[in-house]
Design a protein around this ligand. Structure first.
Ligand code: DON
Length: 331
């Protein structure tokens, strides 16, 4: 049996809270054997399927870490949230929403058929591959490195350091991702791409290969939870409107065709990636009881064993448990 938090009060120490999270992580670590590491990008297969780690960061630097929390991994589809944010900051929200919709697709993240079958005027949303590749084609810059510079600038502002691209993962995806090339060519044919396809795909593969830790995801999650403002410095890092749209998209489309279940059972804006990362942004909430992180928190999870939708299997179960124990749902 997993333990619950009986009576949280703000006098309790981080260590006390941490001991609960450690128990929960070791309980859910056993669930990693129900999933499988992604293999369609060959280098991702080298991840240890048993790993499970979490970081939770709240206001005033309160921070809890448990399990395999030091392992760097590539952010993969989590980068789609960042590219959408950067594109909105570069071009404006209405320009972007004219070119990419905000509706859940109810399809696999790399589905191509809906584009043709539904004769869409724009991709369903920026968090499926067709939408993300369209967004990446809109980023400003001639080369892939120029296009990614504003994303790295934003990351540096949020994290206090400039993350790196994992070149092995980048090359592995670049050399194996025939489906993304197929989606790219189709988008080109129907006129959705705003710039050169090859540079767009190179940029997309690079953004997916940015390396991060669960702490990094939790820090970004905390800023999103606070509508784009760093709650410790009051600095606005992402415009409020953009942060709110990003969270709405995470909630409705962030876990692909499992987004409805995630919203129902966890109830926090979140986004997953095929390397096993999940970013979650739990906004401040009003409750009568004393509960942890009432002022909001960011959560980063890493667990590379995935379920059949491409989401971290143990990571989702762990988040569901924590959301229930701490009443984190926004609903
Ligand atoms: O487009 C791809 O295939 C990957 N680079 C990213 C996909 C991904 O992370 C989907 N996640 N669930």
């Amino acid at each position: 049996m997993v333990q619950g938090v009986a009576n949280w009060n703000t006098e309790q120490t981080e260590e006390w809270l941490q001991s609960y999270v450690e128990d929960w992580v070791s309980f859910y670590q056993k669930h990693t054997s129900d999933g499988k590491v992604a293999s369609y990008i060959p280098v991702l297969q080298e991840a240890d399927p048993d790993d499970l780690g979490i970081s939770i960061i709240g206001k005033n630097g309160i921070s809890i870490r448990a399990g395999d929390s030091d392992i760097p991994f590539t952010i993969q589809s989590i980068s789609k949230v960042l590219s959408f944010i950067v594109a909105c900051m570069e071009r404006g929200v209405s320009y972007m929403l004219d070119r990419v919709d905000v509706e859940p697709a109810g399809e696999a993240f790399n589905s191509i058929m809906h584009l043709e079958m539904k004769q869409l005027k724009k991709p369903f949303n920026p968090l499926i591959n067709a939408g993300a590749i369209t967004v990446t084609s809109i980023l400003e810059g001639r080369t892939s490195d120029e296009r990614l510079r504003p994303m790295f600038d934003l990351l540096e502002k949020m994290l206090g350091y400039r993350p790196k691209i994992n070149v092995d993962v980048y090359e592995s995806e670049r050399d194996s991702s025939m489906r993304n090339r197929a989606i790219g060519y189709y988008l080109l044919e129907i006129g959705f791409l705003e710039s050169d396809l090859n540079i767009t795909l190179e940029t997309y593969f690079k953004q997916c290969s940015i390396e991060a830790t669960v702490d990094d995801l939790a820090r970004i999650g905390l800023i999103l939870a606070n509508d784009g403002v760093n709650p410790d410095t009051d600095e606005e890092i992402i415009p409020r409107q953009v942060a709110r749209i990003a969270k709405a998209l995470m909630l409705t489309c962030g876990m692909y065709d499992a987004s409805g279940k995630f919203a129902t059972y966890v109830g926090i804006p979140a986004k997953s990636g095929v390397s096993g990362g999940i970013i979650a942004a739990a906004p401040p909430r009003v409750r009568d009881e004393d509960l942890p992180f009432l002022e909001g928190c960011g959560i980063g999870v890493y667990g590379p064993a995935l379920d059949d939708r491409g989401n971290s299997i143990a990571g989702i179960r762990l988040l569901r448990h924590i959301a229930k124990q701490w009443d984190l749902s926004i609903f």
